[in-house]
Design a protein around this ligand. Structure first.
Ligand SMILES: [Zn+2]
Ligand SMILES: [Zn+2]
Length: 346
């Protein structure tokens, strides 16, 4: 039995012919297993969807009740048999509800990790290491230059700036699903107790996090606030809103952006970001390589980002490795920064 007899990359995404399903399909399929609710992984219109309850709920929030023909939820650690293949979902530590999917057939275990990070995040279950024969890893930040460092240190930078410029409004660009809520939770963890303001595009998803028991403190919508009230405050908004007329409602707005890409100074400058905050929901180079080694997998499939460097790293360590070359996945921070939030500016 070869791994390719269990899972094979196709233009529609990873396909398990035997089980008749795709993982994170990029096109509409009969049966989809979905790792997490980011839009490049979770698309609407599939026949059947199997995912965690949180992922299903977030898809429903984004796409409406008819996001799929039918939906079945699965808990972390729970196994489901599908036509001779067993699938189990494990926490990926990426965003609320995110999962790695282990597919086992004839004693061979393949883990499709989706997007993941191996750092603690107060808004989701921590990454679980799943020993396996084949590990499928993302490669968003798969270059040695990417070291995300300490998110608490980045939050401290933001709070210092707020203390230094009490007359200004700090706008923090953060992707609306996951990053926004994590930044808020990190601010609370750092002892910041003032109300935090939200762009309207953040409202539904943030409310959902709170409903799932994640404590984010007092939140207010920018929509209801006067300009003078916003001096000295922190507002979380989609990255695309940072360069929008929307910022005119703030007194002397100062643009921050929470993203792993902020390690690249030129990119921060290009996007008009005064205060880059290196906070990422993806593993950095260190995290990717350490995780790959820890799974004990002898074969690594690399997808979704800078595949070459990671494939090379694997082969120099005697691991079998290949890029998957599936088109259709992006990085959520980039998608949002370049195409807009796609939601009402308020
Ligand atoms: Zn993602
Ligand atoms: Zn992704």
């Amino acid at each position: 039995m070869r791994p390719e007899d269990i899972l094979v990359p196709t233009p529609a995404g990873l396909c398990c012919k035997r089980g008749g399903f795709h993982i994170d399909p990029t096109r509409v399929v009969e049966r989809a297993l979905i790792t997490h609710a980011h839009s490049d992984h979770a698309r609407p219109g599939h026949g059947e969807v199997l995912a965690t309850q949180e992922t299903l709920d977030l898809m429903r929030l984004r796409y409406g009740d008819n996001f799929a023909g039918s939906a079945q939820s699965i808990r972390y650690g729970e196994s489901v048999a599908i036509d001779g293949v067993t699938v189990t979902f494990h926490p990926a530590g990426h965003v609320l509800g995110s999962a790695q999917i282990a597919v086992v057939a004839d004693g061979l275990r393949i883990v499709a990790s989706g997007d993941y990070k191996d750092v603690r995040d107060p808004t989701c279950a921590p990454f679980a290491l799943v020993p396996c024969d084949v590990f499928i890893t993302e490669a968003t930040f798969a270059l040695p230059v990417f070291r995300h460092g300490d998110p608490d240190g980045e939050i401290a930078k933001l709070l210092r700036s707020v203390a230094l410029f009490p007359e200004r409004a700090h706008l923090v660009g953060a992707y609306s699903l996951g990053k926004a809520q994590r930044v808020i939770a990190l601010l609370r963890k750092a002892g910041y107790a003032a109300p935090i303001y939200l762009h309207g595009a953040m409202e539904k998803i943030t409310d959902y996090y709170v409903a799932r028991g994640i404590d984010l403190g007092e939140l207010r919508l920018v929509r209801g606030a006067g300009k003078a009230d916003l001096a000295g405050t922190i507002t979380i908004c989609p990255p695309s809103a940072l360069n929008d007329l929307w910022t005119r409602r703030f007194p002397e707005p100062l643009a921050a952006f929470a993203s792993g890409w902020m390690r690249v100074r030129a990119r921060a400058r290009q996007q008009g970001v005064t205060l880059p905050l290196v906070i990422s929901d993806h593993a950095d180079w260190e995290g990717l390589t350490a995780t790959i080694a820890a799974t004990g997998a002898g074969e690594i499939w690399v997808t979704h980002g800078q595949e070459d460097a990671l494939v090379h790293w694997c082969t120099t360590r005697g691991l079998k490795a290949r890029p998957l070359d599936i088109v259709g996945y992006g990085d959520e921070d980039e998608t949002d920064a370049t195409t807009g939030s796609g939601e009402e500016a308020s």
